[in-house]
Structure formats: C-alpha cells, structure tokens
Design a protein around this ligand. Structure first.
Ligand code: UGA
Length: 422
C-alpha cells in the first residue's frame, strides 16, 4: 500500500477481486458502470488567474471528456472530491455535449472522512450529503439507495448541487477556523499566565460551542484546510465579497503566525541561538495515524530552524524520508541542489532515542500515541543540558517531565519561570 491508513489494507485484501476491482481500462470501466465517481485532485493554481487561491479543475474536466467520449448509455456522474461551487455545472456541460445525444446526471457527494479515521468515518458517517437539482431526482434517489445499505436514512441529507458543493468547503473552513481561534487564544494565554487547556474545557462545555477541535497546537496541516479556505477566499473575491474574503484569510494568517511563533520561541528560549545544535523532533506527519506530510506544520518549523543552522533529527513512525523531502522541495522550495548541506541539517532517525541522543532540545510535533510511552528519563539522561522540551501538541505530562529535569514549554501553557503565582 502506498499510503498508511488504519484498516484500509485489510478491507482491500478482503474485497479485491470480489467486489473491488482496479483497472486502467477506462473505456470498459465507463461503459460497464451505472454510476461514476470523480475523485481526482483539483490542485491550487500556481500560475495565471487566481494563482495561489483558485482550484484548477482541469482533471475533473478531463474525466468528463473521457466519460462523454466512451459512455454508450446515460450515467450518473458523482463529484466525490472537493471542488469549487458550480464545478458540477462545468462537468455537466462537457458531458452533455456528446455525439450520442445522451443526457447524463451530475450529483455532488462530498467526502467528510478524516485521515487516520477514514475507515471508521466511512462506515459510520456523521452525515452523507448528496446534492442534485430538481431534474436529478431519480439519480439522487439511486445514490441514496446505495448509502441506505449501511447509513441510517435520517443521516443522508439531500440538497441542491450548489449547497452541497459549498457545504464541503464551509465544513473544512469552520474546522480550520476553530483551530485558529483556539491557537490565537494560546498566544494570549502564554502572555497572561492562563492555560489554554483549561480554557478549551471551560468554553467547550457550553453545548452551543462544543468541545471538539479546540485543541491548541503548532498549527493545522495538510493541504486540504489551506486549499479549501483559499478556494473560499477566491470565490468570495470573485463575487465581490472582499470583507468575507478577508475574514477567511485571517484563519490562514493565524495558522502561519502559530507555526512561526513556535519556531521563534524555540530559538528564543534556547539562549537565542540554535546554530550547530542538534534538535530532536518527534513526529512529522500533519496528525497522528497517517504518513501524510502535505503542509504539515513540522515542515515549516524545520525550515525555520535549519535557516538558523540547527541540525534537526526527526523520528516519525510512518513518514518516509522521500515524502518529507519531496514536500519540502514542493512547498518550501528547499532541496539538496539549492541547500547542499540539507542531508546534514535534516536527518531522519529510526527511533526516538536515536533522534534525542545528544540533542539540546526535543520538539513534539505530531500527536502519535506512542510518544506518550517513550522513556523520558532515558532520553533526558542522553540529552545536552539544560534539556529543553517543546510540546507542540500539549500531549505529554509536563509536571512529570519537569520533575525529571526538562525545561518544558507547551502551547498556550504558562511558563513557571515567568509566572511566580502559578
Ligand atoms: C479534514 C476534515 O476533518 C474532514 O472532515 C475532511 O473530510 C478532510 O479534512 C478533507 O476534506 O480531506 P483531516 O485533514 O484528515 O480531515 O484531519 P483533521 O482531523 O481535520 O485535522 C486537520 C489538522 O488540524 C491537523 O493538522 C490536526 O492536527 C489539526 N487540529 C485538529 C488541531 O490542531 N487541533 C484540533 O483541535 C483539531
């Protein structure tokens, strides 16, 4: 399996060749299908109009062309990926210009599953959203009849195509906004001596607010949140809604601020210099239970630290060095050609102890459960002193770590050296 997703390998092994088939024969696959799901990527444009914000739906368009060319009967075409609002219209226009005079139906059925819990989310979704226009009623009913096999009917929502497409962007934007909201408060906590975990609990116990997605962190990662908000910003701008665009842009700005704030704090606390120092990093993926490194906050922290000439030794249980370096090059433009010392500055370790041996500080960047079970006494003994620990996920027992001897800094956690009244 090229990707790590808990439970996925087992499903594929069980179903492959029975009711799950992989093929590169698109012509036959299209002809045999009643329903066709489009799940191709729509990357953020890197040039031309809307560069850096607009999504490029060329792959969707190409799928529509392929279906129009090869289909010999009418199809239900389902947008499964996250695409800008009114992409379905573009797909339908391409599809319905076919030489056989066939009328295809296009539905929107965005995916809400999260990485790391994708299988569980798919089996027991909070909701299934199906968007179609009035003329697509029969097609909508057919798609509903697929999901009712395992999803209670009252969790299947049907809306217009445009509401469905926009809901997906809005759902991700709201999740990202909550993370940025609590992260902005974490900065205030560090300045005032309040504790962000206590605030999350106190605020989240209000049913109207809810407790989820209030964990302060080094910043949200994965390209999805950033891409969806950028797409939302571009949509707002396209419709002349500048104030709305600016509102959402601040969610991104706070996320960038949070990542920067973290690396600046590391340097500041370590006597304002990390030059030549070995820094250990546990976790590189954008969250636990995945090997995905796209837009991971860790990458930005590493970038900032190697610009200071620190040597960063990284351990992550599922991230491949090749993926790490490819993303580093793609997003930060840093590679072995323009940074000849890259292999000495960014080293990957095979376990946490190797990463930490002789290190001046330990950075926790991903919330992998296994990091709770590491022998921190052993790590402390092997590190240079003072041994700094920066917990970018607030996942460890800071009191116990301080007893061992670490100088611990969390996110939105008051520093006992600065506040004598704690
Ligand atoms: C997200 C959404 O949760 C899914 O509903 C959606 O389907 C998916 O994007 C998508 O469109 O691809 P995912 O990116 O897998 O899923 O992960 P999340 O659990 O949402 O976490 C996103 C980021 O926010 C991670 O870096 C995570 O560590 C961070 N986060 C999350 C926090 O910093 N604090 C929190 O309280 C929650």
């Amino acid at each position: 399996m090229p990707i790590y997703e808990p439970g996925l390998k087992e499903i594929i092994e069980e179903c492959r060749g029975k009711n799950l088939f992989f093929s590169t024969d698109s012509e036959k696959a299209i002809q045999d299908a009643d329903m066709i799901f489009i799940a191709v990527n729509a990357p953020t444009k890197i040039g031309g109009q809307g560069a850096g914000r607009a999504q490029d739906i060329i792959h969707c368009e190409n799928c529509a062309r392929m279906i129009a060319e090869n289909a010999t009967t009418s199809k239900i075409v389902v947008e499964k990926g996250t695409y800008p609002v009114r992409t379905a219209e573009a797909i339908a226009r391409v599809l319905n210009h076919n030489s056989r005079g066939l009328m295809h139906h296009v539905l929107s059925n965005p995916e809400f599953l999260a990485q790391g819990t994708a299988v569980a989310d798919f089996k027991d979704p909070s909701r299934v959203l199906i968007g179609g226009q009035k003329t697509d009623q029969e097609a909508t009913d057919k798609l509903v009849s697929v999901y009712v096999n395992w999803v209670p009917r009252d969790r299947i929502l049907t809306t217009s195509t445009w509401s469905s497409e926009l809901s997906k962007l809005v759902a991700n934007a709201f999740l990202a906004q909550r993370v940025s909201s609590i992260n902005s408060i974490s900065a205030l906590c560090e300045a005032t001596g309040a504790d962000v975990t206590e605030i999350s609990r106190a605020v989240g116990m209000d049913d109207r607010i809810g407790s989820k997605f209030l964990r302060a962190s080094v910043g949200f990662g994965k390209s999805r949140f950033r891409k969806d908000i950028m797409s939302l910003i571009y949509l707002c701008e396209s419709y002349g809604l500048q104030e709305c665009a600016e509102y959402w842009n601040h969610v991104i700005l706070i996320n960038d601020f949070q990542k920067k704030r973290f690396s600046e704090k590391v340097v500041r606390k370590m006597f304002s210099t990390v030059t030549g120092k070995k820094l250990a990093m546990l976790g590189y993926a954008f969250k636990k239970d995945t090997g995905d490194v796209r837009e991971t906050a860790s990458m930005y922290v590493v970038r900032d630290l190697i610009l200071e000439e620190a040597r960063v030794h990284i351990y992550d249980p599922k991230v491949k060095r090749s993926d790490m370096m490819a993303e580093f090059d793609y997003t930060c433009g840093i590679n072995a050609k323009n940074t000849p010392k890259l292999d000495q500055l960014v080293v990957t370790a095979t376990d946490p102890y190797e990463a930490c041996n002789g290190a001046h500080c330990l950075l926790i960047l991903t919330d992998w459960d296994e990091f709770k079970d590491v022998d921190y006494e052993k790590i402390f003994t092997s590190m240079a002193k003072p041994a700094f620990l920066f917990d970018g996920r607030n996942m460890l027992d800071h009191v116990a770590l301080r007893k061992i001897g670490f100088e611990v800094h969390g996110i939105g956690k008051p520093d006992p050296n600065e506040f004598s009244d704690l």
